[in-house]
Design a protein around this ligand. Structure first.
Ligand code: SF4
Ligand code: SF4
Length: 308
């Protein structure tokens, strides 16, 4: 049954990197909306389909049948699940945000700092959903926690519908019951940690409030694809900002066997004058093959704390 008879449509855009779970997040919000009694639509869009590459996913919910199709160019809610995307010009994640947009950034920085640094339009909230996922799920998988934040920001989806949607969507992809249970707990924690922001608080100009037209813009490969798009450009395209964890070598106990040096698939480990391995953190993607290959187990995993 439709709860709200007023004419309401919300467009939610999710930005993340391949592997973080944004497609599933959009599905969870779509299913939660449906369970709440709304019409819903959800879908992802991919550029380069690989882990770490920028991806987008979308959810629309409305109390009327949804006739709009295609990407959400002017989101009401913009979820940025990876703060490093703010620095990635190719990802263009603030495109189309306007005075009526609520943006949520996954970071430990204050909302005022992010708004000022990136001149974000509309309202902004920040929640460290990665921290919630690591504490409860023990993995940096963000589908449930990002979906929960989006549900809270809509102002019309209840915790009960969120919980039901998380269980349904994660059961559909064959996750174990204990993993689903942790995801549900994490989702509820994320919901509680996300502030309530009223759309009616947003001050819109007449032009902005009417701007719902979708323009599908052609982007050439230099702009439209992920950061690394062609031969010989990896010197200028830093891929180190894809990491959530970084490998750290304990040089005190390293035997200089070079196993890490030869096994890094991205050639991010070089040897210094004394033969000790040194990691190029500007390009290391955090795959941890080096850690798995180190026979002395002297490479550890540390949570990345970024400074913009
Ligand atoms: S984590 Fe992966 S990319 Fe980074 S140095 Fe180790 S093997 Fe290379
Ligand atoms: S594999 Fe381990 S022990 Fe060998 S050089 Fe690398 S860090 Fe040192």
């Amino acid at each position: 049954m439709i709860q709200n008879q007023n004419n309401m449509m919300k467009g939610i855009r999710f930005h993340g990197r391949g592997g973080q779970g944004m497609k599933t997040a959009s599905r969870i919000v779509g299913t939660a909306s449906f369970m709440e009694g709304y019409f819903a639509q959800d879908f992802p869009i991919y550029g380069a389909e690989r882990r770490g590459a920028p991806i987008m996913a979308f959810t629309r919910l409305s109390n009327n049948p949804i006739l709009e199709r295609g990407i959400i160019a002017n989101p009401d809610i913009n979820i940025i699940a990876d703060e490093t995307l703010l620095k990635d010009n190719a990802a263009n994640i603030l495109q189309g945000t306007w005075g009526g947009t609520i943006t949520l950034v996954n970071t430990h920085y204050a909302a005022s700092h992010v708004k000022e640094t990136y001149q974000v339009s509309g309202k902004i909230a920040t929640v460290d959903i990665t921290d919630i996922a690591l504490k409860i799920i023990s993995e940096p998988v963000l589908s449930s926690v990002a979906a929960a934040s989006a549900c809270k920001l809509t102002g019309v989806i209840s915790k009960e519908s969120l919980e039901e949607a998380v269980v349904k969507e994660l059961t559909d992809i064959n996750l174990k019951k204990e993993v689903i249970s942790k995801n549900t707990q994490a989702a509820l924690a994320s919901f509680d940690n996300t502030p309530s922001i009223s759309f009616s608080d947003l001050k819109l100009s007449g032009e902005e409030s009417k701007n719902r037209i979708i323009r599908l813009r052609y982007e050439g490969p230099y702009v439209g694809s992920a950061s690394v798009y062609g031969h010989g450009n990896t010197i200028t395209k830093k891929t180190g900002n894809w990491r959530l964890f970084k490998p750290v070598i304990d040089h005190e106990t390293c035997s200089r066997c070079r196993a890490c040096f030869v096994s890094c698939p991205h050639s991010c480990i070089s040897l210094d004058e004394s033969g000790y391995p040194q990691i190029d953190y500007e390009n290391c993607k955090g795959c941890f093959i080096c850690m798995d290959e180190c026979p002395k187990q002297v490479i550890s995993k540390e949570r990345e704390v970024r400074a913009w």
